[in-house]
Design a protein around this ligand. Structure first.
Ligand SMILES: [Cu+2]
Length: 129
């Protein structure tokens, strides 16, 4: 699939990947680093993908030794700060895929920011933890 990716000097992304899941999985997790190059804070308000019904921002927390995920409405990133979305922490939850994805596939993912243009990313699916 082709993805009309966009680039921005204001907000950079790196290390984006989606963890490969078994066929039929209803949820996949996406991880990436978002760097705010602006001198003011930015807010990630959500994400979307044509390949999934819904994308949510989730945070994993440990409670009584059990990992739980909860949805967070938005994610603020301070001036000149990076936010790492990584396994065991904050992630993008990709819900109800319209097809099965395997390692090597590219998923087109759109990040939405308050008061900033959307960022369109081509995110590779990879096996891994
Ligand atoms: Cu999640």
């Amino acid at each position: 699939m082709l993805c009309a990716c966009t680039r921005s000097a204001a907000i950079e992304t790196s290390e984006a990947w989606i963890r490969e899941a078994p066929p039929g999985a209803e949820r996949l997790a996406a991880y990436l680093v978002i760097k705010n190059n602006l001198s003011s804070a930015i807010t990630l308000t959500g994400a979307s993908s044509d390949s999934f019904a819904t994308v949510q921002i989730h945070r994993t927390t440990m409670r009584d030794g059990v990992a739980r995920m909860r949805m967070i409405g938005e994610l603020a990133i301070g001036p000149d700060q990076s936010q790492s979305l990584s396994p065991g922490g904050t992630h993008l939850m990709l819900i109800n895929p319209k097809e099965d994805f395997v390692a090597g596939d590219i998923v087109c993912l759109v990040l939405h920011f308050a008061g900033q243009p959307d960022l369109v990313l081509g995110v590779p699916v990879k096996a891994g933890r």
